[in-house]
Write a protein that binds this ligand. Structure first.
Ligand SMILES: Nc1nc2c(ncn2[C@@H]2O[C@H](COP(=O)(O)OP(=O)(O)OP(=O)(O)O)[C@@H](O)[C@H]2O)c(=O)[nH]1
Ligand SMILES: [Mg+2]
Length: 453
């Protein structure tokens, strides 16, 4: 099938200093030459050079532009690409685009440039996904993780793992096919050892994936505590707003209030909840029920205690509720005299003394969160291979297959039975880089892109 030549506005909509229109495909240069008038034709311009000229259509000059010609295969898509830098008004940009469309280009669908790059082997699938993440990244940490992925920091280790599994499968096949030949037998123990190492490597990647998710999507953080300890004040202090109502009255917050905030180098999806106590009236009771539901889904809990009051049985009850959760104990109201005497707490639970009202000590809270998730390490580590939900599932699947293989081996089954499991693991890992992925998944991934990418 003959490839079309596609065009789209690559810069965000609206007014800007300049806007870029990207054209890619076998006729990119030819089509642009139909509307571009400069000292020389673009078809005569050297690759990777800028040409100054005007876009004219129907006898009218539409804009003064700079056109960059990048010939195949040294371009983002691997095809001939022309990028036209025009003036940023949306009317001008659209009229230049429509001149190109009238001259033979077709409108690109969302993600089509990146999809062509993938199909031409310029990027693998995980790198293409990194492009989306990069566009959507909201923090420095998320950006650096996506850049790592784009540079192949995920595809390289995945390919290495596949290679090792392939070698193992090949050696098992040889043994199965020529049982009596003089092939050096791979002893069970060394197969077991290799499998365990592979499983270990997958586990490490899964942990990194979890951290990657937290950095990219934000940490779901639920603020809990008994009434009146300053939970809503903490949400307001962290978000720099008056989003939640604050009063001296216990039982002010009823519904769950959500706010996305930046804390240090990470994003938190913060949920303020109703103070938990027994004997509350109906509406408050409903709020408390909700608070407990949110607690279950939390990645992180801020357990707020009023440090100007004794630690009460109600505090202890909440502590019992959050035993399984990653928790920071927030000792609030540090601007008042300290009265609280803490019970024995789990050693790994960090304590942060702060005043939500005076907005004092919030940086210590940020530090405690980063430490708790070891996020500092992963954002600084240059070779972090971070993965999204899709990658994580694939890694889990590969891990299950290899664990099955290990079990098969331990029960003394013949070696050739392992090959089914090994093939399963190979398939699963191949979906990450795109070697074994279905067309539907490819289409789904690229449809998440914005237009012009
Ligand atoms: N002195 C002092 N007062 C605070 C501090 N934080 C909150 N308060 C006060 O404590 C009272 C309760 O604050 P809220 O933020 O509404 O407490 P809450 O935990 O959300 O309460 P409920 O929604 O009723 O569960 C208000 O009068 C706040 O001004 C603090 O750091 N220092
Ligand atoms: Mg409140």
């Amino acid at each position: 099938m003959k490839e079309t030549t596609i065009a789209a506005i690559a810069t965000p909509p609206g007014e800007g200093g300049i806007a870029v229109i990207r054209v890619s495909g076998p006729e990119a240069v030819l089509i642009c030459d139909r509307v571009f008038k400069g000292k020389q034709r673009l078809s005569e311009a050297k690759t990777h050079t800028l040409s100054y000229g005007h876009i004219t259509y129907d006898g009218k000059i539409l804009d003064e532009v700079l056109a960059a010609v990048m010939r195949s295969p040294r371009s983002f898509t691997g095809e001939d690409v022309v990028e036209i830098n025009c003036h940023g008004g949306s009317f001008v940009t659209r009229s230049v685009l429509s001149a190109l469309l009238s001259s033979g280009a077709v409108m690109a669908s969302p993600g089509e440039f990146t999809k062509r790059a993938f199909l031409n082997g310029k990027l693998d699938l995980s790198q293409a996904e990194a492009v989306i993440d990069l566009i959507q990244a909201e923090s420095d940490a998320a950006v650096s993780l996506s850049v790592n992925q784009l540079k192949g920091k995920l595809s390289v280790p995945i390919s290495e793992l596949r290679e090792k599994i392939l070698n193992l499968a090949a050696s098992l096949d040889v043994m199965a096919d020529f049982p009596d030949e003089d092939v050096e037998e791979t002893p069970d123990d060394s197969v077991k050892q290799t499998l365990s190492e592979l499983i270990g490597a997958l586990k490490t990647m899964k942990n990194q994936a979890e951290q990657g998710r937290l950095i990219r999507d934000g940490i779901n953080t639920v603020i809990v505590g008994k009434p009146n300890v300053g939970k809503s004040s903490l949400l307001n202090a962290l978000s720099g707003s008056d989003r939640a109502l604050v009063t001296q009255q216990a039982g002010t917050t009823r519904d769950v209030i959500e706010e996305r905030v930046r804390l240090g180098d990470v994003c938190l999806n913060l949920f303020d909840t109703a103070g938990i106590r027994s004997g509350a009236e109906q509406i408050e009771e409903m709020g408390i029920k909700k608070a407990k539901e949110y607690l279950e889904k939390a990645d992180l809990v801020f357990f707020v205690v009023d440090s100007s009051r004794p630690f009460e049985p109600e505090d202890a009850e909440i502590l019992a509720l959050i035993q399984e959760k990653k928790t920071v104990l927030v000792l609030n109201k540090a601007d008042l005299d300290k009265k609280v005497a803490l019970p024995d707490l789990p050693e790994e639970m960090p304590q942060v003394v702060l005043s939500a009202k005076e907005k004092e000590g919030l940086d210590r809270l940020a530090q405690a969160v980063e430490d708790l998730f070891s996020l500092g390490a992963i954002t600084q580590k240059q070779d972090a291979a971070v993965v999204n939900m899709r990658h994580k599932q694939a890694i889990s699947e590969a891990e299950t297959c290899l664990t099955n293989a290990l079990n098969t081996l331990s029960t003394g089954m013949p070696l050739d039975l392992l090959s089914v499991d090994l093939r399963g693991a190979l398939e699963a890992l191949g979906t990450i880089t795109g070697q074994t992925v279905s067309d539907e998944i490819v289409d789904e991934i690229f449809s998440r892109f914005c237009l012009g990418k």
